[in-house]
Design a protein around this ligand. Structure first.
Ligand code: NAD
Length: 396
C-alpha cells in the first residue's frame, strides 16, 4: 500500500498563520454560549433550511438500522470513519471493500460483521445479493471515486462519496447519472456541514443578522513531507486544491449563501520543491467572485500551514481558525466568541444524517450536486491558473 499522510494526520497540529485579526478572541467580549440541542432547535425555527438541524439530531427515528460498507481502508477510514461508525445511531459498519483480505478480516473482527461481507474492488457487483449492505461509503484515492461509486450504485447501494467527489466534472456527472439510473441516493463526505461552528456561519447568512458577507478570506494548507498519492496527478487529480483547497471553496459558498458564483481568477505560486510536486501544484491562490459583488480570497498549499476563514459584512463579521479540522474549531463573531458544544464526531453526524435522508426523507445538506458544483469551480480555477490568471466566468 502506498504510504500516505491523511488529513487525519495534518489537521490536529496546524499552526494558525495570524494574517487575520483574531483580536476578538483576546478581548472581554461576552461569550455566546449555546447548548447543541438549543442551538439546533433555535435553527430549526428559522429559514428555508428549517429541517436541516433535525437531520443532525441522531437517535429520534424509529426506522431500521442501515448497514454501511466502507470502500477503502486507509488513513481516513481507520482514523475517522471506522470509529464514527461505532458512534452512529442509525447505521453500523457491516462490510468493507478492500484490496487486502487480511485487512478485511481484521475489520470484520473489530466491527463484528461476517467475513462474507468482505469484498474486493473487482467484485463489488456481488454486493447486489447482500441485503445487509444499504450504503457504500467511498474513501479511496480521488481518481477512483467514480469507479467505486458507480460500482456501488450499480449494485443497488446508496452512496456516500468522499471529497473531492471525483477528479473531473465529467466523472461527477457519471456518478450522478449512475445513482439516478439505479434509483439510489448520493451524498458527499462534507463533514463540516455537521459542525456547529460552521453551522453558526450558515445561520448568520440565513438570518442576515450582519447583512451579506461581502469580503471573505481563507486558506487551508499543510506542509507535505512524505511522498504519497496526494502529490500524484493520476490518483489525486491535482494538488492541494483537490485535497484541502476544496474546504475553502465550500466555506466561501457557505458565507455567500444562495448568491451564485460568477467568476474565478487563480494563480499558481512558484514551486519551492519542484522535485516533490512534479505534476501537481504546490501552492495556489484564487479569488471567487459572487453575483452580488462579494469576493473571497483563497489560498491552499502543500508547502505551508494555514487553517482559517473570515467573512465580513456591513453589520459584523465571522471568523474561524482552526477552521477545517475534525475538532478544535475556534470561531468568533464581532459580538464575541462562538461557544458551541462540539460533536463527538462530525463524521458520525454526517453519516447518520445521510441515513435520515434515505430512510426518513430528511434533507440532504451535502448532495452529489454540491460535490459536482465544487468540481466545476476547481476546473475553472485550474483553467484560470493555466492561463496566467485569466478571469473565468461561470455560474454555479
Ligand atoms: P489513504 O491513502 O490513507 O487510503 C486510501 C485507501 O485506498 C488505502 O486503503 C488504499 O489501499 C486504497 N486503494 C485502493 N486502490 C488504490 C490504488 N489504486 N492506489 C492507492 N490506494 C488505493 O487515503 P485517505 O487519507 O484515507 O483518503 C481517502 C479518501 O478520503 C480521499 O479521497 C481523501 O480526499 C478523503 N479524505 C477525506 C477526509 C475528510 O475530512 N473528509 C480526510 C481524509 C481523507
Amino acid at each position: 500500500m502506498l504510504a500516505s499522510r491523511g488529513v487525519r494526520d495534518i489537521v490536529a497540529g496546524i499552526p494558525l498563520r495570524s494574517t487575520m485579526p483574531f483580536d476578538i478572541m483576546k478581548n472581554n467580549a461576552p461569550h455566546t454560549s449555546i447548548s447543541r440541542r438549543a442551538f439546533l432547535n433555535r435553527l430549526s425555527a428559522t429559514g428555508t433550511l428549517a429541517l436541516a438541524p433535525r437531520a443532525m439530531l441522531a437517535g429520534d427515528g424509529n426506522g431500521k438500522t442501515f448497514g454501511v460498507a466502507l470502500a477503502g481502508l486507509g488513513g481516513y477510514s481507520t482514523g475517522q470513519l471506522g470509529p464514527a461508525l461505532k458512534l452512529t445511531k442509525h447505521c453500523r459498519l457491516v462490510g468493507v471493500v478492500t484490496g487486502s483480505e487480511g485487512k478485511g478480516r481484521k475489520w470484520a473482527q473489530e466491527h463484528g460483521f461476517p467475513e462474507t461481507n468482505i469484498y474486493h474492488y473487482d467484485n463489488m457487483a456481488a454486493m447486489a445479493d447482500n441485503p445487509a449492505i444499504d450504503i457504500v461509503y467511498v474513501a479511496t484515492p480521488n481518481a477512483l471515486h467514480a469507479k467505486h461509486a458507480i460500482a456501488a450504485a450499480a449494485a443497488g447501494k446508496h452512496v456516500i462519496c468522499e471529497k473531492p467527489m471525483a477528479t473531473s466534472v465529467a466523472d461527477c456527472d457519471a456518478i450522478i447519472a449512475a445513482c439516478e439510473k439505479a434509483g439510489v441516493r448520493l451524498g458527499m463526505g462534507y463533514r463540516l456541514h455537521y459542525d456547529p461552528h460552521h453551522e453558526e456561519l450558515r445561520r448568520l447568512v440565513r438570518t442576515r443578522e450582519f447583512g451579506s458577507f461581502m469580503k471573505m478570506d481563507g486558506g487551508f494548507a499543510f506542509k507535505m513531507t512524505k511522498p504519497q498519492w496526494r502529490a500524484e496527478k493520476e490518483l489525486a487529480g491535482g494538488g492541494p486544491l483537490m485535497d484541502v483547497g476544496v474546504y475553502v471553496i465550500q466555506e466561501a459558498f457557505m458565507a455567500a449563501g444562495t448568491v451564485p458564483l460568477v467568476a474565478v481568477t487563480a494563480r499558481e505560486l512558484p514551486k519551492e520543491r519542484p522535485e516533490f510536486f512534479k505534476d501537481v501544484e504546490e501552492s495556489l491562490e484564487w479569488t471567487m467572485e459572487f453575483a452580488n459583488g462579494a469576493k473571497c480570497q483563497c489560498f491552499t498549499s502543500y508547502n505551508s500551514n494555514r487553517d482559517e476563514f473570515r467573512a465580513e459584512a456591513e453589520g459584523g463579521w465571522f471568523q474561524i481558525g482552526p477552521a477545517f479540522g475534525y475538532r478544535g474549531q475556534k470561531a468568533s463573531t464581532s459580538r464575541g466568541p462562538v461557544v458551541v458544544e462540539p460533536p463527538a464526531s462530525q463524521q458520525a453526524l454526517q453519516i447518520d444524517a445521510f441515513v435520515r435522508h434515505v430512510r426518513d426523507g430528511a434533507p440532504n445538506l451535502v448532495p452529489g450536486k454540491m460535490g459536482k458544483r465544487d468540481m466545476v469551480v476547481i476546473e475553472a480555477i485550474y483553467a484560470s491558473a493555466a492561463k496566467a490568471g485569466e478571469r473565468i466566468e461561470l455560474k454555479v
